[in-house]
Ligand binder design. Structure first.
Ligand SMILES: [Zn+2]
Ligand SMILES: [Zn+2]
Length: 77
């Protein structure tokens, strides 16, 4: 089955911040944040953001106080 390698802890999730180069914090899949509002809306949003079935993760840079969405392709596991 297809699964997100980050959600399943298969890969290192740290990413450099595009602005300051510092290490960003992985906050979890975007789905978790928008599911609170509406499961239907969250699917719409995820599709709009990625255009694919990728799992979108939220990363946060505490130096820049910015968050970023990073689409992670699913792996066959
Ligand atoms: Zn994920
Ligand atoms: Zn930064």
């Amino acid at each position: 089955m297809d699964a997100c390698p980050i959600c399943n802890g298969l890969i290192n999730v740290s990413k450099p911040c595009p602005f300051c180069g510092g290490e960003m914090e992985e906050r979890g899949p975007l789905q978790e944040f928008i599911d609170d509002y509406s499961p239907y809306l969250s699917r719409e949003l995820a599709a709009n953001i990625t255009g694919t079935r990728d799992c979108v993760h939220l990363y946060y840079c505490s130096s820049c106080d910015h968050d970023f969405r990073v689409a992670t392709p699913l792996w066959e596991i």
